[in-house]
Design a protein around this ligand. Structure first.
Ligand code: 26Y
Length: 807
């Protein structure tokens, strides 16, 4: 929607910011000052909008949703807000008159890396939808001083550099000193029976301050503004004067550092749990501050907590904020004197939980002693919850100790956070149909049998306003011309694009748009000295580096093509550029080895002048949201090749689909639903199904049999074994054939290799028919109608949070 702000009004607003914050006029402003002044101008508008929205919510007494997540991968704010407020044109024009280019100002903004990947990006997409759909929503997370590391590749090896985002990012944060609260760690708990019952006291604790910083997220063409509230830790005493006075300056400072280290850095592992004390502290810090904040807000409006679960929905994104369950219990029981039973009822009605992974190494299991030491009162509550739950189970399954043990929260010295979440939540959901089935059948099968209705499925979605409208303006314009602009707020309208399936003009425009996006991205790369051919097919695999995602399988395919070309240089192959973008967790050695492999393969191919005309491999350094916004609209082919059953959903698959890329993938996660949406003609599916994978495990997997019996596999593996570009890849060779258990790689790259190659050949043939290819792209764009985050959020509000739409 276009805003009706005039150029004169905007000029005055920006001039005012330049003068107030820097004491300068327009002609003295540099880019950074101009960027910040534009940001402050938007903040002013957003604040006004938010005040009105808050008023409306208050009057309606609407139920509110609080979305807790250790990660939000927000991406840049300036462009998103200008687009959603309909202000891009007027800003561009005013800035142009002052000789500033809006694109340059966009590039002044750091991309806040407050998340690792899919989980955190999903949370951010959901905030966009919540704002647009006008639900009263607050996201809660930590204001990490350093976000996800910046990736630098040195001679093929990943190096990690700190991500210092606050200097340019701070401008979007509004510090709320009025909402500061305190969080307690350590100490011990004393229980005393008095006339008023059991009195519980937490003594000798260490206390730190939690300071909230608000980031506003505007909806499109809506009155809604969502808030992302990020907590920073601050030392309560600020300064130990007595240590300082007695000359112990170091000690005075250490206290402060200990407190503030809590929000120093985002843990960079994705899907791999490590039981680090600091991480536990981060988690408790987030949930304690958040629950206190929610309760204070509720009391201010209603003066009682009796109606808490009717007015509040707390959602925990994976198990990382699971401690909000015992924390809410603690506050209800200790501070507001609710009975244990009543408190437990309120908690269970209020909290809901999404599972995002079935990988066993990602499941959080904290040592009991660690929790007991760090969070003694929370530990006591979890023991209480565990005992009463086990008693209930005992009544239901008398004598079935094994089952009761499996379902308990605490066992064998470990606290199992997923069990805590299931037990403490009203609903548990998976993030795609297949994933939801798998959690019901496997990791949560005992609970599922006990309470089937608790488990539901909500397939993920993406903020299509960011991932289509903003990052692909040309396609967005084509859609406006063909189906009108309503799809921006109602993605189901995208389905109408199917009506243009036979329209030659639309199909050729579609082709031209893809070409333009490829050129745009190539030009971007060229600024960093990387040259790629925009006439070649762009085959993109962009996601965190993980064994189960099988970047290695993609590499094996490329090696196979490369060896074909070496054997037969005149082989007719369309030019292809394989683009990889991926960060590996810093301690994940085998993932870093795969990066080294990709990097060296790229260099090896570059040496051969004829082969590099046909295939080229590029490793894109430091993949982040901003890079994705350029890369994904340029993709012809989207690689989604995880071992079936392992990728919970995937969301990059949706982002490329909506931009007209065709998927080559396995029947995993949301790929299954993409397949249903587009039909078998418009997607390239290969490999084992999740069920076949399960059977293969049962019958016994042996990578070596593929190596010995399949000539193509043998050739590729041998090539790896001997190394190239002066480097050895012995470790990868051993990983593939031997692995940790002597049976080969647990993600079965070799089992799916042949079918992958066959289907890739089909894909290349399909690319030879540009008109047909364009039709397939069109069907993918139209089929993306069901993968909008707006649709996911409507399902959450209807099926889980029980929030009616505001009228
Ligand atoms: C325990 C800790 C180390 C941990 C940290 C991050 C564990 C997991 C994660 C992140 C998980 C994650 O990003 N999962 C992804 O969530 C997406 C959104 O639902 C899915 O699309 C994707 O398949 C899944 O891998």
């Amino acid at each position: 929607m276009e805003s009706n702000m005039t150029k004169e009004e905007l000029r005055a607003l920006i001039e005012n910011k330049l003068s107030r914050h820097y004491g300068i006029s327009i002609d003295e402003a540099d880019r950074a000052q101009m960027y910040k002044s534009c940001a402050r101008t938007i903040l002013e508008l957003l604040s006004e909008k938010r005040t009105k929205f808050n008023q409306k919510i208050k009057e309606s007494q609407a139920k509110k949703v609080y979305y807790l997540c250790m990660e939000f991968l927000v991406g840049r704010s300036l462009k998103n807000n200008l687009y959603n407020l309909g202000l891009e044109d007027v800003f561009r024009n005013v800035l142009k008159q002052w000789n500033f280019d809006l694109e340059d100002l966009y590039n002044e903004e750091p991309d806040p890396g407050l998340g690792n990947g899919g989980l955190g990006r999903l949370a951010s997409c959901f905030m966009d939808s919540l704002a647009t759909l006008e639900y009263p929503a607050t996201g809660y997370s930590i204001c990490y001083e350093y976000g996800l590391f910046k990736q630098k590749i040195v001679d093929g090896w990943q190096m990690e550099l700190p991500d210092i985002w606050l200097p340019g990012g701070h401008v979007w944060l509004n510090q709320r000193n009025d909402l500061v609260c305190h969080v307690r760690f350590n100490g011990h708990v004393e229980e005393n029976w008095t006339d008023e019952g059991l009195q519980i006291k937490h003594l000798n604790y260490d206390e730190i301050e939690a300071v909230p910083y608000d980031l506003m997220i505007s909806g499109l063409d809506s009155e809604g503004v969502a808030i992302l509230r990020l907590w920073r830790a601050r030392d309560l005493n600020n300064f130990d004067m007595s240590s300082f006075a007695s000359g112990d300056y170091d000690r005075a400072m250490t206290e402060k550092m200990n407190a503030e280290v809590i929000c120093k850095v985002l843990y960079p592992s994705d899907n791999h749990f490590e039981g680090k004390t600091l991480r536990l502290k981060q988690q408790y810090f987030l949930v304690s501050a958040t629950v206190q904040d929610i309760i204070a807000e509720h009391l201010q409006q209603y003066e009682t907590l009796d109606n808490f679960s009717e007015k509040v929905a707390i959602h925990i994104n994976d198990t990382h904020p699971a401690l909000c369950i015992p924390e809410l219990m603690r506050i209800l029981v200790d501070d507001y004197h609710y009975s244990w039973q009543r408190a437990y009822q309120l908690v269970k009605k209020t909290v809901s939980y999404t599972n995002h992974t079935v990988l066993s190494e990602a499941l959080e299991k904290w040592p009991e002693d660690l929790i007991k030491g760090q969070l003694p009162r929370i530990y006591g509550i979890m023991k209480g919850l565990n005992e009463s739950y086990c008693q209930e189970l005992w009544k239901r399954y008398p004598g079935d100790w094994e089952k009761i043990e499996r379902m308990s929260i605490i066992s064998h010295g470990q606290v199992r956070m997923a069990n805590l979440c299931v037990i403490g939540s009203s609903h548990v959901n998976g993030v795609s149909k297949l994933h939801s089935e798998i959690i019901q059948k496997h990791i949560f099968s005992d609970y599922y049998r006990l309470d089937t209705k608790k488990f539901i499925s909500v397939t993920n979605g993406i903020a299509h306003r960011r991932w289509l409208c903003q990052s692909n303006p040309l396609l967005s314009q084509l859609l406006d011309d063909c189906i009108g602009p309503d799809y921006k707020k109602d993605a189901s309208q995208l389905g109408k694009f199917r009506n243009f399936y036979e329209n030659k003009e639309v199909l050729s425009r579609l082709q031209a748009i893809k070409q333009a996006n490829k050129i745009r991205f190539s030009n971007q790369l060229q600024q960093n000295g990387i040259v790629i051919d925009p006439q070649s097919i762009f085959v993109v695999q962009a996601k965190r580096l993980h064994e189960y995602k099988r970047q290695l399988l993609n590499v094996l395919k490329i090696i196979s093509l490369y060896l074909d070309l070496k054997d037969e240089p005149n082989l007719s192959l369309p030019p292809q550029t394989f683009l990889f973008a991926a960060k590996a967790a810093p301690g994940y050695y085998s993932a870093k080895e795969v990066i080294r492999l990709i990097w060296n393969l790229s260099n090896e191919i570059e040496k051969d002048a004829t082969i590099r005309e046909k295939i080229r491999v590029v490793f894109l350094e430091n993949y982040d949201v901003t890079m994705a916004e350029g890369l994904l609209p340029a993709a012809d082919v989207s690689e989604q090749i995880s071992l079936a059953g392992k990728e919970a959903s995937g969301t990059g698959n949706m982002k490329m689909m909506i931009n007209g890329a065709l998927t080559i993938g396995t029947m995993d996660g949301a790929n299954v639903e993409i397949y249903e949406a587009v039909g078998k003609e418009n997607i390239f599916i290969f490999g084992m199904t999740a069920e076949e994978v399960e059977n293969k495990w049962k019958e016994g997997y042996a990578a070596s049999s593929y190596y010995h019996n399949n000539e193509k596999i043998h050739r590729v593996v041998e090539y790896l074994r001997h190394g190239f570009n002066g480097e050895s890849f012995e470790s990868i060779y051993r990983y593939l054939l031997v692995g940790d258990y002597g049976i080969g790689d647990p993600y079965m790259c070799l089992a799916d290799f042949e079918s992958y190659l066959d289907v890739y050949k089909e894909l290349l043939e399909a690319y030879h028919a540009p008109f047909r290819w364009s039709q397939k792209a069109l069907i993918n764009i139209a089929g993306a109608e069901r993968f909008a985050a707006d649709r996911s959020i409507q399902e959450y509000t209807n099926k889980i949070w029980n929030i009616p739409t505001l009228v």
